[in-house]
Design a protein around this ligand. Sequence first.
Ligand code: DX5
Ligand code: ZN
Length: 221
Amino acid sequence: PQRIQLSPSLMTMDLDQFKEQISFLNDKVNSYHVDIMDGHFVPNLTLSPWFIEQVKKISDVPLSAHMMVTDAPFWVSRLIEVRCDAICFPSEAANGVAFSMIDDIHAAGLQAGAVLNPETSIETVLPYIDLLDKITIMTIDPGFAGQRFLEGTLDKIVRLRQLREEHGYGYAIEMDGSTNLKHWKMISDAGPDIYVIGRSGLFGLTNNIEDSWNQMTREYE
Ligand code: DX5
Ligand code: ZN
């Protein structure tokens, strides 16, 4: 099997240690996960296209935006402007605009992804699944870190692997939410390619990123 890819969720970093944490992680991870919320699709606000520009000044690691927004086409155009490497829209907000968003993202030479909230089924993305570079399965309710892990969502990961195998689709499978030691066995059995790790899996383990990293890798091995 392929080695798993890790994608730290930047909204769960400590602002006062931002630069140390980024410089420590830069040569260890495959991408950074950037949550973009509008206070409407979910009742919270976190990172932004401006933040992506700032991170790009201190890191060459690919950035992946997880949009939790109602007006998905607007945010897609902003994320294309800042050249966010992977732009993932909420499938719930893509009805009627999915194809044009994917085309715009691809025309800019960037990766297109769809995110499925816990209540959303795979059927929602089937019409355009062959065009996606990534599909993210939310394993918690979106909007906040540290929420209850929803075990039932893991079936979607298994099904996405089967569909990919059967049809030769090219998407990577990512999971997001409460990726920590408690759920590690269940998650690795489901078998996503990319693990988003946040507060409970990494940043909240200790108050030093190197200690947290060592603790995480030691426990997950
Ligand atoms: C929540 C975000 C996640 C969040 C996960 O809406 O999408 O990326 O950072 O944090 P943990 O893993 O701590 O639940
Ligand atoms: Zn996220």
